[in-house]
Design a protein around this ligand. Sequence first.
Ligand code: GLU
Length: 553
Amino acid sequence: MTNNEKLAQLLFPDITKTPEDYEAVYPPRNLPEGARVTRFAPSPTGYLHMGGFFGALVDILTAQVSGGVSFLRIEDTDKKREIDDGVSAIIKGFDYFGVEFSEGVTGFGTEKGAYGPYTQSKRAEIYQTIAKSLVEKGLAYPCFCTADELTALREKQESDGALIKGYFGKYAKCRDLSFEEQERRIKAGESYVIRLRSSGDENKRIAFDDVIKGKIEMPENTIDEVLLKSDGIPTYHFAHVCDDHFMRTTHVIRGEEWISSVPKHIELFRVCGYKMPKFAHTPQVLKIDEETGDKRKLSKRKDPEAAVGYFVEEGFPKESVLEYLLTLINSNFEDWRRANPKEDISKFPFNLKKMSISGCLFDLIKLNDVSKNVISVMSAAQVYENVAKWSAEFDAEFNKIFTADPAFSTAVLNIDREGPKPRKDIAKWSEVKAFVSYFYNELYTADVKFDEKLSADDIKAILTTYLTVYDPADDKDTWFAKIKEMCEPLGFTPNVKEYKKNPEAFKGHVGDVSGVIRMAVTSRSNTPDLCAIMQLLGKDEVTARINNAIATL
Ligand code: GLU
C-alpha cells in the first residue's frame, strides 16, 4: 500500500465502493445520437426566481427538441440557504405552468428516474468515494487549516500583493505535509477538509466553447479548491462535477454567474477522468429600474415579479407567461408565432444558439400585451374555468358570486368573444372582477357620471325616450336602429361624420346617445357590446338602473 492509499483509508474508513462501482450503477444513457441531457439544479430555498424558471425552460426545451432528457436535481449542500421543505414550493411553481422534467425530484421526498438520488444530500457516499480515489492517486489531500489560519493567509496575500487569492502553491500549508503528520493529526481528531491538489499553471490559459456565449478563454485554475467540507459534504464545484458525470448530463445550462468557475470545473472533470459536458451559460433576466431608468438584474428583494409565484397570484395564464418567456429565450420566436398562430409552443424549433448573449429584458407591459392576445382567443368556457379556479384560491368572495350561476358568468365572458375580432381587454384573471362587476348586484354600486357636455335635461330626455322604445328582445341591429331613430327628435344626429363636419348644428351624435344609456346601465363610459349587456341584465334590472339614473338628475 502506498502512503496515499493508506491516507485514503484513514480518511474514508467506511467507504468500500470504488468509482467503477458507480460507473456500473450509472451507465451511459442509451439515447439516440444528438439527444441532449440537461438539468435544472436549484437550491431548496422555497423560492422560484423568474431567472431560474427561465433557465429551467431552456433546459427542458433543449432536451425536448433533441429527443433527450431533462431532470430536476436539488442542490442542498448549502444548509444556510435552505428552508424546511423548500422543494414543494419550487415544484408547485413548475406544476402551475405545466412544465415537467423527464426525471428527478417530483416533490418533497419523491423522485423518478434511474440516475438518482436526485437530491445531493442523499449522494454523500458517491462524493466520498470519488474523493477517496483522488486521495489514493495523490490528486487530493486533507487540509487542517483553521479559520484563523485561513484569515492569516488572506492577510498575507493582501500584504504580498498576490494577484491570485486563495489556497494554492506556496500558501497551501497542508499540501505537502508528510504522511506521518497527516496520520497523527487525523488520529488526534483534528478537523479537516479535502482539497484538490491543483496542477494548474497560472501562466497557461484554458479555452472552451460556450454554446451560448461562444469561445471563452481564461487562466487555468491554480487553487487547491475544497472538494469536501469538514462535515464530508461536497462543495458546489465537486458535487457539480460528480453529479453531472454520473447523471450523464451532456449540456450544463446554468446562469452566467458560473462562468468564472469553469476553469475549476474543467480541472476537476480532467482529474476525475470524466468526459467534459458542454457548457451553456444563460444571460441574466434584467429589468429597467423605475427610478434610474437603467437595466438591472431582477431582484428578489425589490421586484415582486422576480418570484414565479407572483404570476400565479396575479392570475396570468400559464400560456401567456410561457409564450412571453419564449420571446425572451429565442429572438426568432415571434416570427415563428406569426407564421404559426395556433401551434403549441412545444413545436417551436428552439435553438440554444439563438439566445441573447447580453441579457434578457423582462418587461411586464409586454407580458400584459402578450397575455391579452392569449386570453382573447380563449373560449368563454375556458376563461370561465380559469377565473373560477383562480378566484377559488385568491378571491373567495368573488368566486362565490361568479360561480353561483356558471351559465350566466360564461355568457358575460362571451360578450365580444369567439368572433373574428375578439376584444383584447383582459391580461390576467385578477382583472376580471373589475371588468364584470356591473353584472352582479353584489358587486355593483351605481356611480353614474354623465358626459359634461350634455345638459341634465338632454340626458333625462334620452333616458326617458329610451325607456319608451326599449324591448329586451331586440337583437343588436334593431337595438341600434332604435337608438339612431331617437337622435333627430332629441337634437342629435345618427351620423357621426355629419356631426364632425358641423358640430354646432347638433347637441351630439349617436355615440353620445348610446353613451348616456351605457352610463346609466353600467356606470361606465366604455364596455363591450351594450345590447348584449342589457340582454343579460334583463328588463327589470335595466329599467331600474335607468330610472335610478334619471332620479339623480
Ligand atoms: N445550485 C446552483 C444554484 O442554485 C446551480 C448552478 C448549476 O446549475 O449548476 O445556483
